[in-house]
Every structure is written in structure tokens, then in C-alpha cells.
Design a protein around this ligand. Structure first.
Ligand SMILES: Cc1ncc(COP(=O)(O)O)c(C=O)c1O
Length: 321
């Protein structure tokens, strides 16, 4: 028997009655695709541009999708809930694990750079996760190294999920994000623009979309240097490259300056009422550079909301750092 529930945003979800999974897990995915007035992205009245509103996942980010698939894998292997799930994250995956883990009685330990935003730290505390803070100067790579050390030292306590190398990460997007986009655009999507962190979003969504239509253009977005303020994104030339990354898959890569992404975030909020995170701002900058024709349908992945960065008031006001 199936039960239909409302998720509070008017979206209907079907939950299997008596299903072993917590009802909260059933709310991950099926996010809306929001059209942007073309003048807000391009100076010319050109392509159709849509934001995939991943901040409307229950944990507030795109990372609910891979976290859910990774948790399911840990349970299927018999590692969870016997051990604690351990992973490194720049913040959003940590929150997704913590929230979904709390719903299922699974212990979660996350290694997070200490400069993660105040909002992220507060959420991790609220969900009861064990948090190991790492040196901000070492970025997400420092968190990865710490997680590896912990996993090696206490294999009986931790199941190291390793989102940077776990096939369930891109698989989540291959099986959900891509098919949602295909359905929501009636197969008309021509360009996918997504930032690279673990690279799971672009690898999984992009691979599936290319299978559906090899002409779909995949645009990867990276910060323009190793030191940047685009939380969640990696400058791959100077970072530990995720094992799930296939450099051949993206058709092009755009390198974006933090300041340009910030300006885009501020402009979008004022012009459209959509307040997105910095990495979405970077993807918007990349989309503008495409010069896509009027027949194009460009989808930009919006991993999280600007709410996650409210404490960074100087950046929101556009003050120089
Ligand atoms: C805000 C934000 N943007 C972009 C990304 C990149 O997504 P992916 O890890 O799928 O490459 C992440 C990943 O954590 C993120 O938190």
C-alpha cells in the first residue's frame, strides 16, 4: 500500500507504507526547475535558462541525493548502522548525512574545514553529528586526509563512505537528477552547467543526459585559483582529484573568480527573488559565457541557497575583502 504526503511546498510524495526507510528519506529529490527571465542572465533575449532548485531538498542542498545513496549502500553492505558513517565534506554533504542519519538511527562523524559557515556548523550540532574540524588553510583536502587517518586508526568504529570515490555519488545523479531534468524539459535540454566539488553532480547527471542525447553540452565550473570563497567547489589542478572524476566527460570548463560569482548572487536575488549560494553564482557566470543560441535550453544546477551564508554579511553587501 502507498501513502501520499504533502511536503509543505505543495509537492506530493508517495511513501511506501511499512517501508523500512524513514519517511524523510522519501522527500529527497524531485526538485523544481525554475525558469529565469533571460534578461537576468544574458544581455540579449536569447536562450531559455532554468535553475534546478536543489536547495529545496529536505537537507537544503543537492548533497542529499548522494548522501542518501551512500547511506543505502552502507546498510546493504551491513556496515551501517553497526559502525558510524565517516566522511570528509565542505559542509553540505555533512549536513545531509547528519540529517538522514538521524532519521535512521545511524551515527555520523564528519571532518569539516573549520571555516565552514556558522549556519553549517549550527545545523551539524542540531542533528547531533560528531564533527572533527580541520585546518581551514588545508581546505577540503585537509578534511579528506583527516578522515583517511581516522578510518585507518579505528576501522571497527567507522565505515569510511568516501564520497569523492564512491560510485553511489554520481549514481544518485545518474538515476535521479538526470531523469528529472529530462522529464522537466521534455527532452529539450541542450546545456548542463554545474560546479565541480566531488564532481558527482556533473559526472552522474551529465553521463545520463549524454546517453539520452549525445549533443547535450556539459559545462564544468571551477574556481579560478586554489584560494577561493566558492564553498563546495574545487580547483582541481591544485587539489586531490576525486576518483569519480572523468576529465573526458565535460565539453568545456569555465574558471570563475569568487568576486564575479558573488556579484551574480546579489544581482539575482534583487532581480528575481531567488537567493542562491556562491557556487550557483559561479555557474551563472559560466552560463553567461556560453553564447548559447536562442534555440538552446540551458539548465544550471543550483546546489544550495544563500541562506547557508547569511552570516557572511560583508560578502552579501558586496564589501571588498
Ligand atoms: C554549495 C556546493 N556547490 C557545489 C558542489 C559540488 O557538487 P559535487 O560535489 O556534486 O561536484 C557542492 C558539493 O559539496 C556544494 O556543497
Amino acid at each position: 500500500m502507498k501513502t501520499t504526503v504533502e511536503d509543505g511546498r505543495g509537492r506530493k510524495r508517495t511513501l511506501a507504507a511499512g517501508s523500512a526507510e524513514p519517511a524523510l528519506w522519501g522527500l529527497v529529490g524531485n526538485t523544481p526547475l525554475i525558469p529565469l527571465p533571460s534578461s537576468t542572465v544574458f544581455d540579449r533575449p536569447l536562450p531559455s535558462v532554468f535553475l534546478k532548485a536543489e536547495w529545496l531538498n529536505p537537507g537544503g542542498s543537492v548533497k542529499d541525493r548522494p548522501a542518501l545513496f551512500i547511506l543505502r549502500d552502507g546498510i546493504a553492505r551491513g556496515e551501517l548502522p553497526a559502525k558510524r558513517l565517516l566522511d570528509a565534506s565542505s559542509g553540505n554533504t555533512a549536513i545531509a548525512y547528519a540529517m538522514l542519519g538521524a532519521a535512521a538511527g545511524i551515527g555520523v562523524t564528519v571532518c569539516v574545514p573549520a571555516n565552514a559557515s556558522v549556519e553549517r556548523k549550527a545545523l551539524l550540532e542540531a542533528y547531533g553529528a560528531e564533527v572533527v574540524f580541520t585546518d581551514p588553510l588545508d581546505g577540503s583536502d585537509g578534511a579528506i586526509r583527516r578522515a583517511r587517518q581516522l578510518a585507518a586508526a579505528q576501522p571497527e568504529r567507522y565505515w569510511y563512505a568516501d564520497q569523492y570515490n564512491h560510485p553511489a555519488n554520481p549514481r544518485a545523479h545518474y538515476l535521479t537528477t538526470a531523469d528529472e531534468l529530462w522529464r522537466q524539459t521534455a527532452g529539450r535540454v541542450t546545456h548542463l552547467v554545474a560546479g565541480l566539488g566531488t564532481t558527482g553532480t556533473l559526472m552522474g547527471t551529465g553521463r545520463r543526459l549524454k546517453e539520452r542525447n549525445p549533443a547535450v553540452q556539459l559545462v564544468a565550473v571551477q574556481p579560478d585559483g586554489p584560494f577561493h570563497g566558492l564553498e563546495g567547489l574545487k580547483h582541481l589542478a591544485s587539489a586531490i582529484v576525486p576518483g569519480i572524476y572523468d576529465p573526458v566527460l565535460p565539453d568545456r570548463t569555465e574558471f570563475v573568480a569568487t568576486e564575479d560569482a558573488e556579484e551574480e548572487v546579489r544581482r539575482l536575488a534583487k532581480q528575481t527573488g531567488l537567493f542562491v549560494g556562491w557556487s550557483t553564482g559561479a555557474a551563472l557566470v559560466a552560463a553567461e559565457r556560453l553564447g548559447a543560441p536562442s534555440s538552446a535550453l540551458v539548465v544550471i544546477i543550483a546546489p544550495d541557497s544563500g541562506d547557508r551564508y547569511l552570516s557572511e554579511q560583508g560578502r552579501l553587501a558586496g564589501e571588498r575583502r
